[in-house]
Ligand binder design. Structure first.
Ligand SMILES: Nc1ncnc2c1ncn2[C@@H]1O[C@H](COP(=O)(O)OP(=O)(O)OP(=O)(O)O)[C@@H](O)[C@H]1O
Ligand SMILES: [Mg+2]
Length: 189
């Protein structure tokens, strides 16, 4: 294990600390981002721009596992990158306008993070406000070609009706896909 991976594992939720990405479409994305990684300060590999990945599938098929596994694979390959991980529901809660909190600054910080895991996209009940916020986040990452690992429980065909046209159109252009299937692993292990 390298230092970057040990540091990252300290921030990864314990359940996913040892996660290994083994889905072929996820490892293909890792390879693609590794290749696009540019030399950063000190000759280290850092991600600048790259494709995003949409990991879709029913509950318990391992989407969050694959997302953290992909992050760990990049670090293991020596790609040096700042990262943040959040669920869409937690993000919406933390960005709800309230006195004494710079929620615009927080949105900017998340939007600009070099690699973002945005888990459970479309799982929470949508409102105009959550759609606008998700749009601003996705649009920033779309315009700046920032690699993002999205996961969603939504079947691909239902993404448009849940997230709206503008978000869905951008996701279609910016993401590679990994579709997971099989049983709910929580019930079978
Ligand atoms: N490839 C794998 N190898 C071993 N364990 C796995 C693997 N994928 C998932 N798991 C385990 O299966 C359980 C469910 O995985 P995970 O939480 O990633 O599912 P999910 O698709 O994100 O579910 P949800 O849609 O409810 O968020 C977890 O305990 C996880 O550690
Ligand atoms: Mg999950």
């Amino acid at each position: 294990m390298n230092d970057a991976l040990a540091l990252a594992d300290a921030r990864i939720p314990p359940r996913f600390r040892g996660a290994v990405a083994d889905h072929p479409d996820v490892t293909a994305w890792v390879d693609r981002v590794s290749v696009e990684a540019t030399r950063g300060p000190g000759g280290r590999l850092g991600v600048a721009t790259g494709p995003s990945l949409l990991i879709a599938g029913p509950t318990g098929t391992g989407k969050t596992h694959q997302a953290y596994g992909a992050l760990r694979s990049l670090l293991l390959a020596g790609v040096r990158l700042g990262w943040q991980a959040t669920t869409a529901a937690d993000l919406h809660a933390s960005l709800r306008p309230r006195a004494g909190h710079d929620t615009e600054g927080e949105l900017r910080r998340i939007a600009r993070t070099p690699l973002l895991i945005l888990d459970d996209l479309g799982a929470a009940k949508p409102s105009e406000w959550t759609e606008e916020l998700t749009y601003r986040l996705v649009n920033h990452r779309y315009e700046h070609l920032l690699p993002t690992l999205f996961t969603t429980n939504l079947p691909i065909a239902r993404i448009r009706e849940t997230l709206g046209d503008r978000i869905t159109s951008r996701l279609a252009e910016m993401t590679q896909r990994a579709i997971l299937d099989g049983p709910d692993r929580r019930r079978t292990t």
